[in-house]
Design a binder for this molecule. Structure first.
Ligand code: IMP
Length: 179
């Protein structure tokens, strides 16, 4: 089935759920009584966000935003576009951004500046960090896993809107995107 398109599994489902548990406990401790807004970045963060929030044991609210810097390929276009804004006012609010992956850093730099401009106190959580891809300086406050500079899919991450439903993070076979 979908496994035939995957070169190798980089991070297993068990590893992700275990790490989400650990990060959830840290966030519970650090945000107790602060009523933060969990801001999920559509569409890739959804599976990880769903896993993470189950382990945050204090009051939080949730909202979503859609941004895009890819246009179907495996390289960032370098231009971030807002596709859907969040509804919740953020002035003076603790906002925890939940991302699937940081690569160039352009998406999160844009988002952090936008939210800070609106008066939010921003915290960044990402499932994956591809530090070798970085073009601008930005670091997550909470990180799931560092990964090498390879194009990955699964657990929310897509290639051309596919593979988001894989229960693990894997490297796509080269021939899939060479065609
Ligand atoms: P950045 O702006 O380059 O940091 O990229 C962030 C966005 O690019 C992520 O939210 C993903 O949607 C996408 N992205 C970056 N690397 C990968 C990858 O290896 N696989 C799938 N999507 C990726």
């Amino acid at each position: 089935m979908l496994e035939q398109y995957i070169e190798k599994v980089l991070i297993s489902e068990d590893q992700i759920t275990q790490r989400a548990k650990e990060l959830g406990s840290e966030l519970t401790k650090d945000f107790e009584g602060k009523n933060p807004l969990i801001l999920g970045i559509l569409r890739g963060s959804i599976p990880f966000l769903a896993e993470l929030v189950k382990h945050i044991d204090t009051h939080v609210e949730m909202d979503f935003m859609a941004l895009s810097s890819y246009h179907g390929g495996t390289k960032s276009s370098g231009e971030v576009k807002m596709i859907m804004d969040l509804d919740t006012p953020v002035n003076g609010r603790e906002v925890i951004i939940v991302e699937d992956i940081i690569d160039t850093g352009l998406t999160l730099k844009y988002l952090r500046e936008l939210l800070e401009h609106r008066g939010a106190i921003v915290t960044i959580v990402t499932m994956l960090d591809k530090k070798a891809g970085r073009k601008v300086e930005i670091d997550p406050d909470y990180l799931g896993f560092d990964i090498p500079n390879e194009f990955v899919v699964g657990f929310g991450l897509d290639y051309d809107e596919n593979y988001r439903n894989l229960p693990y993070v894997g490297v796509l076979k080269q021939e899939v995107y060479m065609d």
